[in-house]
Design a protein around this ligand. Sequence first.
Ligand code: ADP
Ligand code: ZN
Length: 714
Amino acid sequence: MTLTNASAALKKYFGYDQFRPLQADIIQNVYNGRDTLVLMPTGGGKSVCFQIPAITLDGVAVVVSPLIALMKDQVEGLSANGIPAAFINSSMNADQQRNVETALLAGYIKLLYVSPEKLVSQSFQPLLKRLKISLFAIDEAHCISSWGHDFRPEYTQLKFLKSQFPGIPLIALTATADKLTRKDIVAQLGLSDPAIFIASFDRPNISLTVRPGQKRFEQIVEFLKEHPNQSGIIYCLSRKGCEGLADKLNAKGFRAAHYHAEVPAALRSKAQEDFINDRTPIICATIAFGMGIDKSNVRFVAHYNMPRNLEGYYQEIGRAGRDGLPSDALLFFSYADLLSYREMFEQGDASAEQKDLKLAKLERMYQFAEAPVCRRKTVLNYFGEPYDKSCGNCDVCKNPPQHFDGTLAAQKALSAILRTNQRVGMSLLTDILRGSQRREILEHNYHEIKTYGAGKEYGYDDWLFLLSQMLHVGLIEIAYDDHNCLRVTDEGKKILFEGKKIALAMPQPKPKPGEKTALPRVTEKSKTQMLREELLQRLTALRRELAVTQGIPPYTLFSDLTLQQMADARPLSDTEMLEIAGVSERKLQLYGDAFMGEIRRFVIEKTQAGERIIGSSNFISFDLFNRGHSVEDIAEIRGVSPMTVMGHLATMYERGELIDLSQWVSPEECDIIQGALTLFEEPFQLKQIHEHFNERFNFDKIRFAIADFRRKNK
Ligand code: ADP
Ligand code: ZN
């Protein structure tokens, strides 16, 4: 099997012209029969890496997948593209399972999805032995590692695959990149000298924004207003948090549902289904939500509370923008979030070693949130991927901090800490500096110290921002074992007593209410943009309608990206339709006419209403022609010359439309003209050819002979 076969299958079954980075190498590797480990971020395109070999190689590929819901989605997605696939898991009755077995043994199935417990069960072995297996694919392979976050004990028994089927290539795939997990996968599966492919974990289409978690609700409302009718997930820490937020959002007129582990299973899957099928755009969820959802048009992921580590953060935001379109990740963080995790970890019954690891990761998460450094740079470096530029698509890059001489501010804070005998935490210190009348301050007579009210020039949040920087650069530290009181370090004392200077990032001025903080918004849309959007809306509505009748999620019918490309290119023939990324042959058969019909109606309606739809001129003439108007008529209706109309028709013919040419040029004449075309070069000049034949053929004959020539040579 060669990569040419692979590319052809990619076009035919998925409608894509090119492999993404690494996909082709990985597929070649599987063709070579070598074991393979693939690390690719969510949305990177892992599935194609085993689906294309499965389709092109003889036999059936056995795919291990941990989640029943995911299996079902994948099988439906494959079937929709005309790829024979099936699953076997515990959700099926004996009859259903027998049907699949029959199809398998008859060689009808190219991909078989099984749960790990099924695959390792004794009852499954006889069937497995009788199949002609092309490859094994282990999806979500990190589940094998007890270091990972989704450990599944059954995965550890998968070692038998390599011992029982040594000659069959195995490909393990995961979006979890850390080294420990990687080593574990190779060892536990018993892979011999596997090829390891690590894709970049960058997701450049996701814009990263981090904000202090004050007035979160107001902030999230503003954020949601910037995402009208779009799907997104808001992660909350607790189940109460999810419910409360969903209620408040609904009260504000948004459509939101909640999801967490304690919602009864039936309601939980309803919430999930409604989200997937674009019925409920917003879902407020704990981290229980998301695994096993491969909805490609999630436009935003917000963290109402800070995640417990960067692995979690990155995995969760990775659920946005799988279709590659611009998407937003918004993170709120606060010192209080940090403290609640701390408490949670302390109380948990993990070993001291594991606790330390968790705390260290939590610390990194918090540092990421408050350091004024390019977000993407920070997070990719954390995952061991060197990234030294600034990304341009995060809050820091868009609004780079200004540095100033922070010595005086630092001195005020340090002095206040010492004067309160290092008995205060961050929040109380801030109140002291700001001269608040808070009860604790009066009780302890902190209002009598010299630095009380000395920092009124900064707001509360500004002080938190400055103090956290002081923490990072080591001027102060937090006594976690002593009520989180602040301590001045030796470095800090140098600032206070030895005249050492310090530069700090300036707190950003707060946006005034109503002022937009996000990207500058396009205020005025051009006519063309408005028409495009209207068409896009109509195509989106059509997609939903069709998806409902088929009982499938809308994004599996066509992705948002595919619809956008349709709205841009307005394909009106099969050939043009197949040029749109994501339109496979099967989908063209199933839905092509419906979508082209909608585009046609749109173009005609708009033209009749006097709008000029650029690039549609050919089509309008063709449409009138099909409705029985003569070329002269059309020329008159449209106010152009008959020659121009003939040009339109020739172009439509060239693009693959059905037109009877013989009314203008006979097959014999066509042959003669085309025979001479080799003497000339594109773009052909009608006049030259006309003269070449001593004016024997009129321009229309030549025009259509050329159109036919081009159509055949496309
Ligand atoms: P993963 O399993 O890594 O999360 P998927 O396999 O679901 O990612 O792929 C993510 C999206 O990218 C899907 O919509 C998929 O159809 C699309 N995709 C995959 N490969 C290509 C490609 N070569 N060209 C264009 N789109 C692709
Ligand atoms: Zn950046």
